[in-house]
Structure formats: structure tokens, C-alpha cells
Design a protein around this ligand. Structure first.
Ligand SMILES: Nc1nc2c(c(=O)[nH]1)N[C@H]1C(S)=C(S)[C@@H](COP(=O)(O)OP(=O)(O)OC[C@H]3O[C@@H](n4cnc5c(=O)[nH]c(N)nc54)[C@H](O)[C@@H]3O)O[C@H]1N2
Ligand SMILES: Nc1nc2c(c(=O)[nH]1)N[C@H]1C(S)=C(S)[C@@H](COP(=O)(O)OP(=O)(O)OC[C@H]3O[C@@H](n4cnc5c(=O)[nH]c(N)nc54)[C@H](O)[C@@H]3O)O[C@H]1N2
Ligand code: SF4
Ligand SMILES: [Mo]
Length: 700
């Protein structure tokens, strides 16, 4: 429990947003200690190692405490005053705009930014810079699930129900989520499900710590989840398990979706996926025998060049069996970043205005322009998606302001992205540490962190949370809101960019009012009193909406839409030159690009570097031993990391975590093929070959 000297807050990292309390210590090397906080229902006091050690990144030892400006003579980043640094940024952005037009200036944001920052960044891009070229790292995260949600239900909120519903359903199919490592405290919900007699099916090409918990583990070849879901739907139809009444009353488009599924015979699905027909049947029986059931997806099926259709196929399975829009049943996406949900609602996305409004909708433009006090015509149109924006750097986008992402490590085809970033006329990065991307910048702005500033976050359940400032930041740093306020001022916008988060939130409430993600009834006071408020919450009397779609879906006519989908291959298939599938993901002790967690001693000790996970049969064929350096080569490049041999992975697949820079950078290899709807890159499937480094060296 918290006492007077502690401040209740939430973890800086993932979308679970675990509750914790902080006790300030006054010591610059470790300014706060984590104290258990049990009153927040999502985690009830439990934290993973990243959360427990989060204050280490507040340390003056690892963080940035003064602005840096690249010296024109030496080419080195040198300490500078805030006035110099901000003037250099304003100058860089202004000059590019004058020489090449407003769309030559790009903005790249992040799903870890608070709602207030994401909102302000989007407003800054559209008003101050007048650019359409803004997107963010959430495009790399849950954008396929978001697009599928929109298509089927007319609204995208990751989970349409609170996590507390999971233990009370009858069966959960968890597709491509390694929850035990990516959201450890949430594993409790699956354990409780099983204690209550519910069944758990995990779909993952690896037998992960999460898959070990399952009653049934299906291990498809990466990139084949779409066929798997279609095969299950085929059996649902063949075995007469369609909920005809639900389909009739609450959905449209079943005939076409049914036809799509019927063309995928179980035997054919077995050939594509490697999942046997008896296993498919068992999964269908578990799912359909339960009175209520859920399908939850994460990055496994979503980060594919057909991620939107893949999620659509899982949603079709839910709709056909009546497992949507009813209590304790439904489809949900486990969003990833701290504010992965809120960060996609308030305007840092290329096609979007606050409140999850569409930038190309005249009514939406008029509403938001009204709140901003500008004419709707002055708002630019939709811009490029994240990878397309990064790919355009140095071409028609010549200056970039980046806040809350480290794409040099985390973007697909990373060597190319790094080269594009280097080719910019001007790069400004706001960060808390000197990330690999910040190292390339012309100006680095050191900003405050979670514990040092106030702001709201929307967790994976759609629950809006408040993190109150718990510590005084070091003198040399400023908040992202202060940075945007100052830059706006230097670029001629004296008003409209307040530095007080609550003032920003009050404006966000008005901007979102009447939109799909309606925050109008949410206030800081209510969030604190109610331990979070679920959107939509259109007015102060409204209780918020923990459970969506129970009476109607969010489409114009209230009916859900089946989407007709058929299987298609990954953008890059294996062949004689590149015979093995590479998939990528996470380990429990590192977070994302590692910019923060690689600076924490305890986490580095637990996960010191990259590795290539491969099956003993594949290792034997190559003659590679445990720990031996192994080169992984794709059409994009080559990465080297030690072999980690384990029977828990398919023999035709290797896995690399993506948290590191240098020769073990997984994203050097990844294929930037994009999903046509969500523009999500294919992080989870590409073709590679493996070479023993010693052997390759000798042979060359
Ligand atoms: N420790 C840690 N936790 C995190 C993060 C972190 O970086 N580190 N990041 C946070 C963020 S932003 C996110 S998005 C979430 C991500 O959370 P998860 O989605 O759970 O994480 P991943 O490890 O990317 O992928 C999950 C699983 O997908 C499997 N997979 C690979 N290819 C396929 C495929 O083709 N089909 C299927 N079905 N599965 C496949 C992988 O083997 C892996 O076990 O985690 C959040 N939590
Ligand atoms: N191969 C492969 N690549 C992947 C994935 C994968 O599964 N496989 N997953 C993708 C996914 S799901 C994601 S979400 C991306 C994430 O990848 P990134 O976008 O690189 O995410 P982070 O490493 O969290 O980067 C956040 C940066 O912002 C800084 N930061 C933190 N808080 C703040 C703040 O409040 N203000 C500012 N200005 N800076 C802040 C951090 O120090 C860090 O440098 O990676 C993607 N890349
Ligand atoms: S599970 Fe996520 S929110 Fe919870 S402590 Fe770990 S990183 Fe933080
Ligand atoms: Mo993510």
C-alpha cells in the first residue's frame, strides 16, 4: 500500500500500465524506489522486472541532462543551451519548409507518449508545420488489428472488455502472443481461466513460456495464421456449429465469408500451416463446446503483410460462432506500448484527427478546426505511413522531428532506414537517453520522463489512466510539451500549445467530443477517483464503457461485417537460396529497441544480447554448436548472433529478438513488405539462410 511519502503511478513501459507507487529518494543516481501498489485492479501489485527496475532510467548516470547540438566544424554532438538548441531546431524546420515546402518536414511520434503529447504533436504538425507527413511507431505495432477492428466492428478499441472478463469465459485462443514474457502480470488471467475450468489454446510457431500453459498448442509455420483461421471456420461450417441466429440478427456478409472458408479444406490447411487436421478439429471442438469464448491476437499474426486479413479471419470465426457482442465472448487485440491505445486515437497517425476522427472526413475536419480556431481548409490531408515516411527521408522529406521512437533499431530494413536518416538535411530528436537514432541527430533535446511529469495513458483495455508527477526533474531537462510550446512560439504560434498537461487534456476532451474515441466526460479528477475511466465516455454523468458492442456494433446500422478473406503467401517465400523462415519478437527482460532497458544493469545481466533460436535438427544440419556465432542472411542484409539451440521452435524457422543494435540487429534482415490496408511491415516472416561464421570466413 502507498503511504503519504509515496506517489501512486503506472509503469513507463507496456500497455498493461501496471500500477505502482514511487518513493522519492533525493539521490540523483536513483531518484526513486518502487513501492508495491495493490489497489490497481489490472496487476494488483504484481510487476515484471522491467517495471521493478524502471527508476534506474531516471538516473543521472544514464539519461540526457542537457541539449546537444552537432558542431558544424567537428561533426560531433556538443552540449548547448536550451535557447541555442531550440533556435537550431526552429531554424532547421523553417529553412526546409521555405526551400522545399511544408511536406518536406516530417514528424515521427511514438505509442509511449502520453495522450497529451500525442495530441499536441499532431496539432503541431498540422498547424505549425502545416505538414501532412506525420506518423508514428504504432504503425509497426497493432495497426493491422486496428484496421480489422474498424472493418468488422466500426470501431477500434484493442480489448472490447476488461481483462477481468478473461477468467470467466470458457475458452481463449491466444494467437501470436507471448504474454508470459511480454506482459507477465497478465498471465494470472490465463491461470485463473484454467482454474475455473476454461481451456486455453495458444497459436505460436514456438513453444513459448506462454504456450507451455496451454491445453492445446498449435505451432503453425510463420505467416500462415490466415489459413489456420480459415481452416477452423471451414470445420465450424462442416460440423454444423454456426450460430445461425446470431449471424442473421447481428451481422452482414456471411455468404461471401463462408465461401472463402469453404475453399480452404482442412487437409490443404494442414499442408500450408503444418498444423494437423486432428489438431484443427480439437481446437474447433474446444472453442465451440465452451458456452463463451474469446480470440485474442498480438503481434504474431498481425505483423504480416496480410495482418489485416488475418485478424479479419479470426474475427470471422468469432462472428460465425456468435462469440462477439455478447458478455464474456469476443475478439480482442493485446495492444503493446504504454499508450499504444491512446497514442492511436488523438492525431499523430498519418490519416487521423483527435478522437479517432478521419482526416479526410469534412465533418471531422470542421469540428477539430473549430476547436483549434483555424479554418478546415488550412488542415493538410493524410500523409504517408511510418515505413513509407522513413523510406522517403532524404528524398522529398528533408527534415524530421522525432519524439518517442528509436527506428534505427526497431524499423524494418533498418540499415536502409539508418542510411535514410543520415541523408536528411536536418534531424531533431527528443528523448530521455541518447538512443541510436538520437546519435544521428543534428539536435538532441533531453526530455522529462513518466515519473517527472503528469499525463494520461490509455491502457490495452481502453482504460484512461493518470500518471501524476512524482519527482522533480533534473534542471537541464524540459517536458515534450514545453519543447513543442517553445518551438511553436519560435515558429510564430504564441498561443495554442500550452505546457500544462491538464490544460491540454481539457482541450483534447473537446476535440474528441462526438468522435469514436470520445473522452469528453473524462477528467483528471474522475480518473483518480475511479482508478481509470473506459472510453467512450461522452459526458460527465456517463459511467464510461468497459464493455463494447453488447447491444450493437459501432457500424452505421449496428451490425458487424464479415470480411471475405482467402489465404495468400508471405511476401517473401523460402527458396533454395533462402531456405529458412526468420521470425522476430521479444524477451522478457528487454523493452523494444532497448534504448531504456539496455541501460539497466539487472536487465542486461538477464538478457545481455541478441541470439538466434533454432531447432536441434537444423543446428545439426548446419553443424553449429550452442553459443557459436551464426550469420543470418536475408535479401536486406546480414546479422550475426550466437546460436541458441532449442526444441521449442519449429525446425523450419529461426527466431531473433529485435532489442539490439550492431551486428546482431534483427531488423537488418526484416522485409519491409507492407500490408495494403494497415501499412504494417512484415516483421514476423522473411526468408533467410544461415551460415556458420567460421566456415563462411574460411570459404570466402
Ligand atoms: N519484455 C517485453 N515486453 C513487451 C515489449 C517488449 O519489447 N519487451 N513490448 C511491448 C509491445 S510494444 C508489444 S507490441 C507487445 C508484443 O507482445 P507479443 O505479441 O506477445 O510479442 P512478440 O514477441 O513480438 O510476438 C509474440 C509471439 O508471436 C510469435 N510469432 C512469430 N511469428 C508468428 C506467426 O506467424 N504467427 C503466430 N501466430 N505467432 C507468431 C513469436 O514466436 C512470439 O512468441 O509486448 C509489449 N511488452
Ligand atoms: N523485428 C521486429 N521489429 C519490431 C517489432 C518486432 O516484433 N520485430 N515490433 C515493433 C513494435 S510492436 C513496436 S511498438 C516498435 C517499437 O520500437 P521503438 O519505436 O523504437 O520503441 P522504443 O524502443 O520504445 O523507443 C522509444 C524511444 O523513445 C524514448 N522515450 C520514452 N519515453 C519518451 C517520452 O515520453 N518522450 C520522448 N520524447 N521520448 C521518450 C525512449 O527512450 C526510446 O528511445 O518496434 C517495432 N519493431
Ligand atoms: S508488465 Fe508491462 S506495465 Fe507491467 S511492470 Fe512489466 S513492463 Fe511494466
Ligand atoms: Mo508494439
Amino acid at each position: 500500500m502507498s503511504d503519504a511519502a509515496t506517489v501512486p503511478t503506472h509503469c513507463p513501459y507496456c500497455a498493461l500500465q501496471c500500477g505502482m507507487s514511487l518513493r522519492p529518494t533525493g539521490a540523483p543516481e536513483l531518484p526513486a524506489e518502487v513501492v508495491e501498489r495493490t489497489d490497481f485492479p489490472v496487476n494488483r501489485g504484481a510487476l515484471c522486472g522491467k517495471g521493478r527496475t524502471a527508476p534506474s532510467v531516471l538516473s543521472s548516470r544514464v539519461r540526457l541532462t542537457e541539449p546537444l547540438v552537432r558542431c558544424p566544424d567537428t561533426g560531433v554532438l556538443e552540449p548547448a543551451s536550451w535557447e541555442e538548441a531550440l533556435a537550431a531546431v526552429a531554424d532547421g524546420l523553417r529553412r526546409t519548409r521555405a526551400d522545399h515546402g511544408p511536406d518536406a518536414v516530417g514528424v515521427f511520434g511514438g505509442g509511449g507518449l502520453t495522450n497529451e503529447k500525442a495530441y499536441t504533436l499532431g496539432k503541431f504538425a498540422r498547424l505549425v508545420l502545416g505538414t501532412s507527413q506525420i506518423d508514428y511507431n504504432g504503425r509497426f505495432c497493432m495497426s493491422s488489428a486496428a484496421a480489422a477492428h474498424q472493418r468488422a466492428f466500426g470501431l477500434d478499441r484493442g480489448l472490447p472488455f476488461p481483462l477481468e472478463d478473461i477468467p470467466r469465459t470458457g475458452c481463449v485462443i491466444l494467437v501470436g502472443s507471448n504474454l508470459a514474457e511480454t506482459m507477465p502480470p497478465a498471465l494470472r488471467y490465463l491461470t485463473e481461466l484454467k482454474e475455473n475450468g476454461g481451456r486455453l489454446i495458444v497459436v505460436d510457431p514456438r513453444r513459448t513460456r506462454t504456450a507451455e500453459q496451454a491445453d492445446l498448442h498449435l505451432a503453425p509455420r510463420p505467416g500462415t495464421d490466415l489459413a489456420l483461421a480459415l481452416g477452423m471456420l471451414h470445420l465450424v461450417v462442416a460440423e454444423g456449429r454456426v450460430d445461425e441466429a446470431f449471424v442473421e440478427e447481428r451481422t452482414d456478409g456471411w455468404a461471401e465469408a463462408r465461401a472463402g472458408a469453404m475453399s480452404h479444406w482442412p487437409e490443404q490447411v494442414e499442408r500450408i500451416t503444418g498444423v494437423s487436421v486432428p489438431q484443427l478439429r480439437e481446437a474447433v471442438a474446444m472453442f465451440c463446446d465452451a458456452e463463451n469464448a474469446m480470440v485474442l491476437t498480438a503481434r504474431g499474426p498481425e505483423q504480416q503483410s496480410k495482418g489485416t486479413d488475418t485478424v479479419g479471419a479470426w474475427i470471422n470465426l468469432c462472428l460465425a460462432t456468435g462469440r462477439a457482442g455478447r458478455p464474456l465472448s469476443g475478439y480482442g487485440c493485446l495492444t503493446g506500448q504504454g499508450n499504444g491505445q491512446g497514442g492511436r486515437e488523438h492525431g499523430q497517425k498519418a490519416d487521423q484527427l483527435p478522437g479517432y476522427r478521419k482526416l479526410d472526413d469534412p465533418a471531422a475536419r470542421a469540428h477539430v478546426a473549430g476547436v483549434w480556431g483555424v479554418s478546415p481548409e488550412s488542415l493538410p490531408g493524410p500523409g504517408r505511413s511510418a515505413y513509407e515516411l522513413l523510406d522517403a527521408l532524404g528524398g522529398d522529406v528533408r527534415a524530421l522531428l522525432l519524439m518517442g521512437s528509436n527506428p534505427v533499431v526497431s524499423a524494418p530494413r533498418a540499415a536502409h532506414v539508418e542510411e535514410r536518416l543520415r541523408s536528411l538535411d536536418f534531424l531533431a530528436v527528443a528523448d530521455v537517453v541518447l538512443s541510436e537514432t538520437a546519435e544521428l541527430a543534428d539536435v538532441v533535446l533531453p526530455v522529462t520522463q513518466w515519473a517527472e511529469e503528469t499525463g494520461t495513458m490509455t491502457n490495452l483495455e481502453g482504460r484512461v489512466l493518470l500518471r501524476r508527477r512524482a519527482l522533480t526533474p533534473p534542471g537541464g531537462v524540459r517536458s515534450d510539451l514545453e519543447v513543442l510550446h517553445a518551438l511553436a512560439g519560435l515558429l510564430g504560434w504564441e498561443k495554442g500549445f500550452p505546457t500544462d498537461p491538464e490544460e491540454v487534456f481539457e482541450e483534447l476532451r473537446r476535440a474528441s467530443a462526438g468522435g469514436p474515441a470520445d473522452y469528453a466526460g473524462i477528467s483528471y479528477r474522475r480518473i483518480e477517483e475511479e482508478r481509470g475511466v473506459f472510453w467512450p465516455c461522452p459526458d460527465e454523468e456517463h459511467a464510461g464503457t468497459p464493455r463494447l458492442f453488447l447491444d450493437r456494433f459501432a457500424t452505421a446500422d449496428g451490425r458487424a461485417r464479415f470480411v471475405p478473406v482467402v489465404h495468400r503467401a508471405a511476401a517473401e517465400e523460402t527458396d533454395a537460396d533462402y531456405p529458412v523462415v526468420l521470425t522476430t519478437g521479444r524477451v522478457v527482460s528487454q523493452y523494444q529497441s532497448g534504448a531504456q532497458t539496455r541501460r539497466v544493469e539487472e536487465l542486461n545481466a538477464a538478457a545481455p544480447g541478441p541470439f538466434v533460436e533454432l531447432h536441434p535438427r537444423l543446428a545439426e544440419r548446419l553443424g553449429v554448436a550452442e553459443g557459436e556465432a551464426l550469420a543470418v542472411v536475408s535479401r536486406r542484409g546480414r546479422a550475426v548472433a550466437p546460436a541458441r539451440i532449442t526444441a521449442s521452435i519449429r525446425p523450419d524457422t529461426v527466431f531473433m529478438p529485435f532489442h539490439w543494435y550492431g551486428e546482431g540487429r534483427a531488423n537488418t534482415l526484416v522485409n519491409p513488405a507492407l500490408d495494403p490496408v494497415s501499412r504494417m511491415p512484415e516483421f514476423k516472416v522473411c526468408a533467410v539462410r544461415l551460415e556458420r561464421v567460421a566456415a563462411a570466413g574460411l570459404g570466402a
